[in-house]
Write a new protein. Structure first.
Length: 759
């Protein structure tokens, strides 16, 4: 997309114009200029920028300029500069419609000569189509050269080296980064196939079960006591128990259970205990909560002994021996690593943790209400053991993938497909040979040549396919496209039999102009005097319409349409009024399909119509104005000139009310007339670019207020008129161009619109 024209110097009317740097062009760019101001010069600059031909610029060297033309254009690909007679960067995606296009490809004056028909043929089939036969011959010769070179390069690639592969497949073998390991694995598979029974009976690797020790849980239990026991009673009992010696708490607890609740006598001396305060303290001390705490401690101690005692450690050592034996067996058939941890060291850490922990729990069991915690030495021993447990847990996680490998070994051994394994081994050895230092160089050279041959064959096939497709389809397709545009432009003629024609000067294009179903041949020389021909069957407007139709049809056939920049210079020359709207519509439609459309014209109403139909974010405008004895580029406020377009559309509605002509143009003008009226009647509330919907919403909000814009009746009428007008506007009805028009309905809304704008 062309974005700016920062410099045009010493070209035609442009002496030294830099003001284009201030105007950013968008997807649709409109340029207004009076005749003779430089529009055609801009078109010629764009044509030269696309083709690289400097002549369109050099032949417009400004007469009074001492220095040669100098131009700079900015676009999405960077910038392009024309200096010293050439461009430094071409923009080849530009197609230009101007007098030069018509004169070179369609007609000159009143005649179509052989040069026009030859150039038109090239437009239809493209430069590639003109040269297809020669290209095809060239590619066939290249393929034969490739074949000779391939036979020479294949000599060192012997059958012994390539194994089960042919030369092409051998050279295409992918690199195997671990080919030696793969060969070893396959050889292991072969060995496994020979030991099917033993492999089937040997189990997978089993996880090692070793439970960790929860330090927090231990400290929580060691810290437990009876929180609701009176401090004084607890202190007295504990002092007395300490005086008894080791096991005193257990001995007393057992004695309390032996006191007969009926006579309250000491089970040892039979003395009465009724007034013994210490007995009450004992009963509180050795309550149900005490029993529960003691039971919890005993249970924990039993669990520790069961899970971490000698039998558990012995079971661990047995599982290690079994795992080691299983690992050594499977290592012969798969990449099964050795056990990654020292089981003897783990057993030592385990026993150290157990030995450090059990005395503490025994002490807590003997004195459940004594608050304690793990010693630093015990905590350190348990932490060391738990770290060992983590390493075993990590190993257990790896067993899944290792057992998957073993499962594959079992499947292969069970299948017993020795031949398949031998074939795989042969392929792997061939792969290793393929990437040996000497063979790799040979194969790369062979592949380069083979790829070049394949590319040449693809080009040959594509050219042949294109040639056949051109011969079968291109001319009928183009014929239909031309007639579609002629119909859109309301032309009173169509074309038939657009076909290639071989002449002494090369392939040309011939066609008939069909008027009133009578074909008028174009080609084969000038018509005889008194006979119908191009010059006397088509008016000036018809000829210009034909040229436009050819141009639009040519653009449609471009395979890279979405990347195209289209420049149209004064398409309204000699066009009848009834074709203006269609031209506007086609330009608008084209702007949504190509990268950019630039329209140059001396006709402001025509440009204003295009502007009205375009999205605000996709349109830009400029004008070419007189500056001294030359021209310059300036900003153009299309909205100001569009106000005069309102007058034309207002007049159109008045005429329709009286004569009922141009109904579709009238229908599409209703909305513009309403907008133009509101722009003048309510300029502070309806500036250019405002939509009717939001404006009505604002009016609704202010009904009955001091700053009321329209009363409710006017708002309702505006809504009704807009609803009807939107049926014939492109941004509210995708099918607006084909919307059915009822004359009576249109007349009613036309008259209501005229009454509305008189308020």
């Amino acid at each position: 997309m062309i974005t700016k024209l920062p410099l045009i110097r010493n070209v035609s009317q442009f002496e030294s114009v830099t003001s284009g740097a201030d105007i950013t062009l968008t997807r649709l760019a409109l340029a207004y200029g009076e005749n003779g101001r430089g529009k055609t010069t801009l078109a010629a600059i764009f044509r030269s920028l696309s083709s690289g031909d400097p002549i369109p610029i050099l032949e417009r060297h400004r007469f009074t300029a001492q220095h040669p033309p100098h131009i700079r254009i900015e676009h999405l690909n960077g910038s392009s500069q024309f200096q010293n007679g050439s461009w430094d960067n071409l923009l080849g995606s530009i197609s230009v419609y101007d007098d030069a296009f018509v004169d070179e490809n369609i007609y000159s004056g009143l005649s179509v000569d052989s040069e026009h028909r030859h150039n038109l043929h090239e437009l239809i089939v493209g430069s590639q189509g003109v040269n297809l036969n020669q290209q095809l011959k060239t590619e066939v010769e290249k393929i034969e050269e490739h074949n000779k070179s391939l036979r020479t390069k294949a000599t060192p690639i012997t059958a012994e080296k390539r194994g089960p592969f042919n030369i092409d497949d051998f050279c295409r073998l992918p690199r195997h980064d671990n080919v030696d390991e793969a060969i070893k694995e396959t050889q292991n598979g072969l060995e496994a196939g020979k030991q099917q029974e033993k492999i089937a009976q040997t189990p997978l690797l089993k996880e090692i079960q070793i439970p960790p020790i929860e330090i927090e849980a231990l400290n929580k239990i060691l810290a437990k006591n009876l929180a609701d026991l009176e401090q004084e009673a607890a202190a007295k009992v504990q002092a007395h128990l300490r005086s008894i010696g080791n096991g005193g708490e257990t001995w007393v607890a057992d004695g309390i259970k032996r006191i007969n609740p009926q006579d309250q006598r000491c089970p040892f001396c039979t003395q009465s205990l009724t007034n013994a305060t210490i007995i009450n303290h004992y009963r509180s001390y050795f309550s149900t909560a005490y029993k529960n705490l003691r039971s919890e401690i005993e249970s924990l101690l039993e669990t520790i002994i069961r899970h971490h005692g000698g039998e558990a450690r012995a079971a661990f050592e047995r599982s290690i021996r079994v795992l080691s034996d299983t690992q050594q067996f499977w290592a012969k058939f798969a990449d099964i690593p050795a056990i990654p941890f020292n089981s003897i060291e783990i057993s030592r850490l385990w026993r150290a943790a157990f030995d450090a922990l059990t005395p503490i729990l025994e002490s807590k069991k003997a004195s459940p209400l004594e608050v304690s915690k793990l010693s630093d030495a015990a905590s350190a021993a348990i932490k060391a053991y738990n770290e060992a447990c983590n390493s075993i847990a990590d190993f257990n996680q790896s067993l899944k993938s290792l057992n998957q490998q073993i499962g594959v070994v079992k499947e292969k051994a069970n299948a017993g497909d020795i031949k398949a394994l031998e074939a795989d081994l042969g392929k792997l050895k061939a792969t290793k040979n393929r990437f040996s230092s000497d063979m790799d160089t040979v194969c790369q050279q062979y592949q380069v040549e083979l790829a070049a041959k394949v590319a040449t064959e693809q080009r040959r096939d594509k050219i042949r396919e294109d040639l056949n497709q051109h011969q079968k389809n291109i001319f009928p397709i183009f014929n239909n496209a031309i007639n579609d545009y002629l119909q859109k432009f309301n032309a009173g003629f169509r074309l038939s039999n657009i076909e290639p024609e071989n002449t002494r000067g090369g392939t040309a294009c011939t066609y008939n102009v069909v008027i009133y179903e009578r074909p008028v041949p174009i080609g084969g020389g000038r018509p005889q005097d008194g006979q119908p021909g191009f010059k006397n069957t088509l008016s000036s407007g018809d000829r210009n319409t034909l040229a436009l139709a050819f141009f639009f049809a040519m653009i449609d056939q471009d395979p890279n349409l979405n990347e195209k920049i289209v420049v149209i210079d004064d398409p309204m020359t000699s066009l009848d009024d009834h074709r203006t709207l269609t031209t506007v519509q086609e330009v608008r439609r084209l702007s949504q399909r190509v990268k950019q459309v630039i329209v140059l014209s001396h006709n402001k109403p025509f440009l204003c119509r295009i502007w009205d139909y375009a999205l605000p974010t996709q349109r830009a405008s400029m004008q070419i104005t007189r500056e001294g004895t030359g021209s310059t580029i300036a900003a153009w406020d299309v909205r100001e000139d569009a106000i005069t377009e309102y007058d034309r559309k207002h007049h159109l509605l008045r005429d329709y009310s009286a004569t009922s002509t141009n109904s579709r143009e009238v229908a599409s003008a209703i909305r513009s007339v309403l907008e133009g009226y509101l722009r003048v009647a309510c300029p502070e509330h309806f500036p250019p670019g405002t939509l009717l919907g939001p404006f009505r919403g604002l009016c609704e909000q202010r009904v009955g207020s001091q700053n009321e814009i329209l009363n409710q009746g006017d708002i309702d009428e505006l809504r009704n008129l807009t609803e009807y007008a939107n049926k014939f506007h492109h941004d509210t009805n995708p099918a607006w161009e084909t919307e059915t028009i009822n004359d009576g309905e249109l007349l009613g809304f036309t008259e209501r619109t005229l009454r509305f704008i008189k308020r």
